[in-house]
Design a protein around this ligand. Sequence first.
Ligand code: FAD
Length: 598
Amino acid sequence: MELERHEYDVVVVGAGGAGLRAAIEAHENGARTAVVCKSLLGKAHTVMAEGGIAAAMANLYPEDNWRVHFRDTMRGGKMLNHWRMAQLHAQEAPDRVRELEDWGALFDRTADGLISQRDFGGHRYARLAHVGDRTGLELIRTLQQRTVALGIDVYMECTVTRLLTDDDGVTGAFGYWRESGRFVAWQAPSVVLATGGIGKSYKVTSNSWEYTGDGHSLALQAGATLVNMEFVQFHPTGMVWPPSVRGILVTESVRGDGGVLKNSAGNRFMFDYIPDFFRKETAETEDEADRWYDDKKNNRRPPELLPRDEVARAINSEVKAGRGTPHGGVFLDIASRRSAEYIRKRLPSMYHQFKELAEVDITAEAMEVGPTCHYVMGGVEVDPDTEAARVPGLFAAGEVAGGMHGSNRLGGNSLSDLLVFGRRAGLAAAEHALKRIDRIALPDEALADAARAALAPFDREGGENPYAVQHDLQQTMHDLVGIIRTAPEMEQALERIAALKERVANLSVEGHRQYNPGWHLALDLPHMLVVSECIARAALERQESRGGHTRDDFPATDAEWARTNLVCSRAPDGSVALTRQPLPQMPGELAEIFEEVS
Ligand code: FAD
């Protein structure tokens, strides 16, 4: 078999914010490091991030600090977050932002020259360091430049299809060049998964083509576990019209900067959906909500800035009740509330996005928006301090990792998560590798087996078409495991997933290995399917509603489930096994924060 082989200490799969930050750290700690990514360097999903990086830098509000950020994050996640991850994240995010600035990132500034911070849902103070509404681009540009300057090897347009392991843990990874279809193997005692999310399993999503859940599935296959998979975030505001752009994100900054949600009768309906959990900190009247933008100390936040799960559910209810827009969304209006100049300056990408894709001028008319599958809270179960998965030598950081965001992520907390835990994963991966480097090998049989599996769709004739299977999977997840869930629907979803599994085992593709998108999809589909099964199984098991998991048949939160995580693993027969695990106990000194910050 023709195979390109390489040897490293640390291989990072993924070149988004988490992957690049991990690679930089591993390299700086003496590890020979490579980054492998499906798309071009600089094109990872992180580049799409708009609003900003959450970090309690206290540049606008001196009273902000890590304790308030920790508390907001835990409350946003409805207390299901791993407390230690939320603590490290809140404590370390400001240093990671300053470090990014030292490396050349140019943030927007306050009047006195500090890094400016903007408001976002669920954050008590303006906390998101940003660059207009193109923060992800600046983050990636900075990390990418540093990666290249340090001389880290990058394998781009290269997909990893399998992790390689022996009895003592990770030994490397196997993949193929997307352009030529040729195989490549990396021998390495440490692999960091930084592959992002799973949104492409859903029909309407803000996610890019890369989000097929590869890392989640590779980890499971290698013997690691996934936690919190039932929690999928539906961002309240995606575009709904025209159909070709349905799902594309409309940043929360629109609401942070003054935009409000209205139904077809012109009512600001979010006032009807304030849950008791957030009532104390949310404005009761439109006047109070409007005053908050200029005087945050003496007024409470507008309900449009409740955490995403609350807003997405409210929009869903309004549309279902027949108060939606002509295209099945609600109105997001900033035009009647801010000057055209302000909107174009603060939200340049949104202005162009609507102008070019929908022929809507957002400085003059309201946008039509509706929920879109945006982020997966669930992911690889890791040790909070090192990001080590249950398989020695395997690490995970960024969206592919679980635990940090509990049942619902606050906006801005992902970019900071990438930096904080990317750094920690890179460090731990380098330390692990330097201890194990002399004792690994990649047996020919394992490589040949990985190659055989990858080529199988070429060997079948007249089998299933990958695009048809993808379509049916996306429709299933959209219809049956979406924002609002019920047991009969999820049981039906699992039946359909079982049938889709059989079809996936019979996929066939035509043509050659040279850039063949049908083949690429055929290799992505098993990942999409296993991730979908994890989501559906865990969602059926959790008989309560919490964060990004709403059960119509169990609408309330439940005290027992508040103490329980669901963990997915791979059963010996290859199916997904689910176990209940007690939530890690938060130490007393952190629990006190919830009393001291009201
Ligand atoms: P990514 O940036 O997606 O990188 C994944 C990498 O893995 C890519 O390089 C990909 O090619 C590679 N990869 C995947 N599978 C394989 C494979 N099998 N082999 C090789 N490579 C592979 N969060 C915020 O905090 N603030 C925001 O303002 C914000 N705005 C957002 C706006 C949009 C439109 C979207 C969709 C998300 C937004 N988010 C935001 C969320 C945030 O952008 C993501 O959660 C985050 O960027 C994920 O980063 P990552 O490093 O984990 O993965």
